[in-house]
Design a protein around this ligand. Structure first.
Ligand SMILES: Cc1cc2nc3c(=O)[nH]c(=O)nc-3n(C[C@H](O)[C@H](O)[C@H](O)COP(=O)(O)OP(=O)(O)OC[C@H]3O[C@@H](n4cnc5c(N)ncnc54)[C@H](O)[C@@H]3O)c2cc1C
Length: 455
């Protein structure tokens, strides 16, 4: 039995089915996929990604690459450039697939960019097996992992300050580091930034043709072809009877489902688990493409909207000033997302966990700053507060999209020192609250299923 049909639940289900087990997935929502879903959130004909939209870790996943997902309808689309970062001077710092083109656009910091991320990009095909696994084990590539660890453990602000002199490289790196959902002055806030830059050069930041749902549908299609079953509209409130129960849920829900049967020490360990900031998300149906002042921004599906490193750091540390936005404009590269000539986009900013503040005005103003006339293109919008997100998917506690804070302690021991295992025989955690954490890669489910089959 698998509780939850997010990418980790479906991957765990596939691994068990491939090992010959009879598998049933129980999903609370009417639609499968958890953080990988699409829906017409605004107007008919406009397909929006309800949660995730861009997949550097999905295309890197050692689990997904073993599955015939293309046969089940998954088609990665590579935008011209992985990421654009507009600045107030009307230009954009561009993260290109080519490290040389990126470096050229970031002078005087080109050589430093190449030195920092070149080795990560070159090592990524091998390194991803270590980077997407628990860190408390002997890595397959110890020297490359040690270098990644040495860089990643540093506060992003310090790393950018010591390596880059110009505004452009500093801002570009700060935006990527902000995906850590940590203040950029905190240890470990560089890790995601270093990884995302290296991965962009190695394999790109693709989107899924037709929307995020195609990833879940492909996983589900493969699972069904192996004899697995999925029941939607089935919220689980007590542990089901089965030889193996894989829980694609976070510690708080696990406590609600299994709390009474858990030893007190394990219960306390789960109660101590910390959730990170939430997000406030908006989706738009647009009458045309976003009118970026820097035309280069139309070459990327992902755009980081927030200006300089200092501005981004201020928002991520204190949620003051103008919000730092992660924005995706998939319809520029995938015509299936909107009627001809029309477009879709989403953007979110990090906010305090469970915040009830309405950030929609601040978000649209921040886009207008770099794309004057944006608002005049809006046909319809959908707005998701942290509470609204949690009501769509119970794993998004207080709007936390990573299954829990990714600070030092929870990076190494996630969610407890037992990682995937629990004291209950046959019961495992397999959500983003286990290593390697958030993102659509299925590796939490993959690793958890491997433990279950070993046991
Ligand atoms: C707005 C947003 C944007 C994001 N952007 C990206 C991105 O661009 N790229 C990326 O890689 N990642 C992104 N993420 C993160 C990514 O979506 C998650 O890290 C990932 O989906 C986690 O997968 P999971 O399987 O652990 O859990 P989830 O995908 O959250 O799935 C959990 C499932 O369990 C179900 N469930 C919960 N409780 C119960 C219960 N009691 N009984 C039955 N079912 C239950 C839920 O309904 C849900 O379907 C984003 C997330 C959000 C919310």
């Amino acid at each position: 039995m698998v509780i939850g049909s997010g990418p980790n639940g479906l991957t765990a289900a596939i691994m068990l089915a491939r090992a010959g087990r009879q598998v049933t997935v129980l999903e609370a929502a009417e639609q499968i996929g958890g953080g990988a879903r699409s829906a017409e959130l605004t107007l008919p004909g406009f397909v929006h990604d309800v949660c995730s939209a861009v997949y550097p870790m999905g295309i890197s996943s050692p689990a997904f690459e073993q599955f015939p997902l293309a046969e089940h309808g998954l088609d990665w689309v590579q935008p011209d450039a992985p990421l654009a970062h507009p600045l107030d001077d009307g230009t954009a710092a561009m993260l290109e697939r080519s490290i040389d083109s990126t470096a050229t656009g970031l002078e005087p910091d080109g050589p430093a960019w190449r030195r920092l991320f070149g080795p990560v990009a070159a090592a990524w095909p091998a390194l991803r097996h270590d980077a997407l696994a628990p860190v408390i084990r002997i890595p397959r590539h110890p020297f490359q992992m040690a270098r990644l660890g040495w860089l990643g453990i540093r506060p992003a602000r310090a790393l950018a300050g010591s390596r880059f002199r110009g505004v452009r490289a500093r801002a570009l790196f700060a935006g990527m580091a902000a995906h850590s959902v940590l203040p950029l002055e905190r240890p470990l806030s560089s890790a995601i930034g270093v990884l995302f830059a290296g991965v962009a050069h190695a394999v790109g930041w693709p989107i899924a043709r037709g929307g995020a749902q195609k990833i879940s549908d492909a996983l589900a299609g493969y699972l069904r072809s192996l004899g697995g079953e999925i029941r939607t509209g089935t919220p689980v409130t007590a542990l089901p009877e089965a030889d193996i129960v894989m829980c694609d849920i976070t510690p708080r829900q696990f406590l609600a489902v299994a709390g009474n049967s858990l030893p007190a020490s394990f219960r306390r360990a789960l109660e101590r688990y910390r959730y990170g900031p939430g997000i406030f998300k908006m989706d738009w149906a647009l009458d045309g493409p976003i009118p970026w002042r820097a035309a280069q921004c139309a070459r990327a599906a992902s755009v980081h909207v927030g200006g300089t490193l200092e501005e981004i750091a201020q928002w991520e540390a204190r949620f003051t000033g103008a919000p730092f936005l992660i924005l995706v404009q998939p319809s520029l590269f995938d015509a299936t997302r909107a009627p001809a000539g029309k477009h879709t986009a989403w953007a979110y900013c990090h906010v305090p966990n469970g915040s009830t503040v309405d950030y929609s005005e601040a978000i649209e103003q921040q886009i207008e700053r770099f794309a004057p006339g944006f608002r005049s293109r809006i046909l319809a919008r959908a707005v998701f507060s942290p509470a609204a997100l949690e009501s769509l998917n119970a794993n998004l506690i207080g709007g936390d999209i990573a299954g829990g804070a990714m600070d030092l302690r929870q990076f190494f021991l996630r969610p407890t020192r037992w990682l995937y295992r629990t004291p209950l025989r046959g019961v495992y955690l397999c959500s983003a609250s286990t290593p390697p954490g958030g993102g659509v890669h299925g590796m939490c489910g993959y690793n958890a299923a491997a433990r279950a089959l070993d046991d």
